[in-house]
Ligand binder design. Structure first.
Ligand SMILES: [Zn+2]
Length: 149
């Protein structure tokens, strides 16, 4: 199976779980069992650690889709979810995503994307409303970080 097909499979796994029907603990158990069949254990554990530290930030705007940032140990990464028309429906600005997902194809997602998907699904993101000026500052900061890389 191609990595892009597996990436869509992960997205479908997240969408298919309904906590109103199963209860939160059953849903988590079900999701973790499914993830372990397609993702390395270290990526799952690292993603859960990111969520536990409340390092997934969701910027909500009334006029656009949400923007996500994940605070890593060395940097802050931009994450985009739900790119349903793309061969790989996620994006992360970290080097692991570029090299292990996009170029090497050895991984389906990085820990930041998995953490963001799970935090969003379980409403565990740190939510921040954002104004147009805040958004301009956020985008400018991202581009200045990209130049430093
Ligand atoms: Zn990443």
């Amino acid at each position: 199976m191609l990595s892009s097909e597996l990436a869509h499979l992960v997205a479908i796994m997240l969408q298919s779980v309904d906590h109103a029907e199963l209860g939160v603990q059953s849903m988590l158990d079900d999701l973790m069992t499914k993830f372990r069949s397609v993702l390395p254990e270290n990526v799952i554990i690292a993603a859960l650690d990111i969520i536990d530290k409340e390092n997934v930030i969701k910027y909500s705007t009334p006029w656009s889709y949400p923007h996500y940032e994940v605070h890593g140990s060395a940097a802050t990464y931009k994450v985009t979810l739900d790119m349903i028309m793309s061969p790989i429906p996620f994006y992360c600005s970290c080097s692991a995503f570029t090299y292990a997902v996009l170029i090497g194809g050895s991984h389906i997602v990085c820990k930041h994307i998995l953490a963001t998907c799970l935090a969003d699904k379980f409403s565990l993101c740190t939510e921040r409303p954002i104004t147009q000026i805040d958004l301009e500052t956020l985008i400018a900061r991202r581009h200045s970080n990209a130049i430093d890389m």
